[in-house]
Design a protein. Sequence first.
Length: 464
Amino acid sequence: MTLSFFNTLTRQVELFKPIHPGQVSLYTCGPTVYNYAHIGNLRTYIFEDILRRALERFGFKVSHVMNITDVGHLESDADAGDDKMALASKREHKSPWEIARYYEDAFFKDCAALNLVKPTLVCRATEHIAEMQAMVSKLIDKGYAYVVDGNVYFRISKFADYAKLSKRNLSELLEGARVDVDNRKESPLDFVLWFSQSKFPNQIMKWESPWGTGFPGWHIECSAMASKYLGEHIDIHCGGVDHISVHHSNEIAQSEGCFGHPWVNTWMHGEFLVLDKAKMSKSSGNFLTLKSLEEQGFEPLHYRYFCLGAHYRSQLFFSFEALQGAKNAFESLKNRVISWKLDPQKGAHPEKAADYLKRFNEALANDLDMPIALSILWEMLKDTSLGGKAQLDLMRQFDQILGLGVDNFEKAELSPEQLALVQKREEARADKDWAKADELRKELLGLGICLKDTQTGTDWYLSY
RNA sequence: GGUGCCGUGCUCGAGUGGUUAGGGAGCGGUCUGCAAAACCGCGAACAUCGGUUCAAUUCCGAUCGGCACCUCCA
């Protein structure tokens, strides 16, 4: 069985073959840390987490690098709009550095809550200014970049393959380009590598450079850091679909211009989570965070499960109703797992487990087809001929990919007061005082506890 | 304006040239003092209009609708 992935570069599902046998270099574009990550951002990191886990299941040693964009960037290369770090800084009365560290920390807390496997290396843009400058210098030397008034721009016309990722022709892009007020550029499509002259002369985050004191363009950080830690030729680079036509196209141009050879073998992009018929936008402030979901009674893992229901290359429409469905399914799954843990029965046909695992892995290998993987999971959950023991074992293996935290599923503890109520009801039942028993049941239900009368006594579980 | 993707039952969401996806919700049943959980069963779909074909939800075209990208953005 071999992994296959959809490669944006070729627009096809391809058999995955690493550059070095048994090893994979993976670069995933990280967050810009001027605000909380919203659930749309997080969907992409969940997709990348499944990818990471899949690679490891198939035996690869993965070097996974993620950047943290902690430098402020303008809304466009044309020096228009606002610097989001500076805005946040003003809003919260903190220095840009404090803002960056605060939201970086918040981001990793969200990741942990979603059971995302940590990248093997996380790197901050502000700690790699020298590497970026070195790359910019090299691009100038090779004629791929030019300096105007202290700003450095990438010369698109020099890089013939500029549209190879976006599959759009240059004249089309030029026609579509919005009015560009930066007349320092040779072409509207040229993008900034280094900014010394911006409308923010009092920029707090700034560094000395051969071209003037300023800050790097947005795209250069990924190229500089990816090559520093993963080399000049990497296996997989991921991000959201919005990055295809600008950010990643620019990264390819500057990296391949600099190195003189192809840079990334496989480009993978996660589709958007769509909310209220509009995409969630971090910069417009219209977004939901993990915290907003928690305030409505949803745990981070409910959201993770919700995301697994759709293929990463399909748009996923968010609604609280749909999330509630995911929550119900997740809790039902959890209760099954707990019952297996408490009473691992041997089934009539535990040997069928191997087939379920094979089918699950096949779905995974087929461009991370999690909706199919989930349907196999549910088929397995309901197949009592396997027996709880085999089902639990299989569930643990599935969960190495799904990341739902099966090992942490435990029967919740009741407080002594709650246990006393359960006891009181049992006594009422023994006395056949049904009215009192029902009243106590109702009281417990108000505390989120459902009772289940069995032959061996009264059992309980948490309602959801 | 340009480019691309998509349109499946009450809902979310896979998939396929002829044969059951799956989850949630709903309904009926078994079980129960009553419940709950579990289990069994049930209903219901492929935007519209043409075309290709023995056969189309699946292929082709048009229309309508939605979304995304072209600008910081997952």
